[in-house]
Design a protein around this ligand. Structure first.
Ligand code: CTP
Ligand code: CA
Length: 226
């Protein structure tokens, strides 16, 4: 129904969405990253545009095309994503952080390619922590701004989701189980459970575009943006 005749319930709303993984360079040819495909965040951006929002997407490297009508700011690293989000957030009524931000980055990425010079040469990786973008957003939120986080968990979904919602200070948390037991990454379908500080708002399954609309139904219901 949504796909045929979307309600314009986000008309006049400016929404900032982050999507995809980040890539943390080890040297000019190698990086640390994760399995995020970006599909859920892109589906949200597409659904938001269909529902009348002005959408800015800050995207890590993915192999998806930018949805029609959506402005995209491409980034690679968590530090770049952090900078782009901080720059864009002032204009946003709603922020949805679907990106799978790498928690750590190599402390001293090489400026030239690492070579295995000797037979027994095994490098040791030393890492630093990346900025927690969602936490920063929530701690310095602008009045009336509604902030939605995601949590991908391999186990104890509800416990981690409730704890994460509180720790980050987000208004809503979209939790989904990931890993080999749950159909793996990059799928076109998803099952999520939606939490706010008031509790669970139910489980939603379907294509990522259907799940995106279900999430936006909840955001529209919860959010009191004037
Ligand atoms: N997130 C973020 N910046 C980070 C790490 C995560 O903005 N450096 C955001 C993600 O975009 C997501 C939410 O925080 O919306 C939860 O991410 P997740 O990785 O599940 O939480 P962490 O706090 O990193 O906890 P952990 O990985 O230890 O489970
Ligand atoms: Ca993390």
């Amino acid at each position: 129904l949504h796909l045929l005749e979307p309600r314009k319930d986000f008309a006049g709303k400016r929404v900032l969405v982050s999507a995809g993984p980040t890539r943390e360079p080890l040297d000019p040819v190698r990086y640390l990253s994760n399995h995020s495909s970006g599909k859920m965040g892109y589906a949200l951006a597409q659904a938001l545009y269909q529902r009348g929002a002005e959408v800015t997407l800050v995207s890590g490297p993915v192999s998806l095309s930018v949805p029609y009508g959506v402005r995209c700011i491409p980034v690679e690293t968590a530090t770049q994503m952090h900078a782009a989000i901080m720059e864009q957030r002032h204009h946003a009524d709603v922020i949805i952080k679907a990106a799978a931000v790498a928690d750590f980055a190599p402390a001293e990425p090489g400026s030239i390619k690492w070579k295995k010079t000797r037979e027994d040469d095994v490098p040791t990786l030393s890492l630093t922590r990346n900025p927690d973008i969602l936490h920063t957003l929530c701690q310095s939120r602008q009045p009336g701004q509604y902030i939605v986080g995601f949590a991908a968990e391999t186990h104890d979904l509800e416990r981690h989701a409730r704890e994460k919602l509180q720790r980050k200070g987000a208004d809503m948390l979209i939790a989904n189980l990931v890993g080999a037991d749950h159909g793996g990454f990059g799928r076109d379908e998803n099952t999520v459970e939606i939490f706010t500080p008031a509790g669970s708002h139910g489980q939603f399954s379907g294509s990522k575009i259907q799940v995106a609309h279900a999430i936006l139904d909840q955001v529209a219901m919860q959010c009191t943006v004037p």
